[in-house]
Design a binder for this molecule. Sequence first.
Ligand SMILES: [Zn+2]
Length: 244
Amino acid sequence: MQESMTEKQKTALVVSAHSADFVWRCGGAIAVYAKRGYRVVIVCLSYGERGESGKLWKQGNVTLDQVKAARREEAEQAAAILGGEPVFFDLGDYPMRVDDEALYRLADLYRELRPEFVLTHSLEDPYNFDHPLAARVAQEARVIAQAHGHNPGEGVIGAPPVFLFEPHQPEQCNWKPEVLFDITEVFDIKQKAFEAMAAQEHLWEYYTRVALQRGVQAKRNSGRDIKYAEGYQRVFPFVSDTLI
Ligand SMILES: [Zn+2]
């Protein structure tokens, strides 16, 4: 992570509804960009304490605070393995509610980081209302951070592209992969981060299969030797002076 003294470290922002979402859905991209010297900040809006911690609740005799603490520890471990930096908003889940204070906190983070890109959830998810809410909040905070009239004098952000990571059942979420991102070189790291998520062991194999399938498709669409990939849908048009 040696940056030249004159060059500012580049950053990326991940907005994850629950503390483990970032691991399954974009852990590879986090690891790749961390290796490239980016500061990757992962906002976990909640710990997923009610809705995505079934294994802990089934043990019985646990309190909400204990579940939150366990999920936080797992997320910290997973983020450290990937090379990202978690920030916990602790807004609660199932249901998640985002007040203006949290929205402005996220907008402030955009202005502080000035991310090169943003990763968040799909815009729809009939199985989970926290996920599209996180996507909405990620985008709304981005737009606030772009507004000259919001805390005038602070300096607005540019237009970082927003990528929506793959939901659990893409077809039901009207999500389709527009970017297949090669994570072959970091898949072992992503797998270690999976394994930090002991509360959701039932997903390890599933998301290994997802990465393999997207890898086959990435190879098919590029001719490159890719084994594992992550899929992303874009929100905004790709702006470039080159078509390849
Ligand atoms: Zn989730």
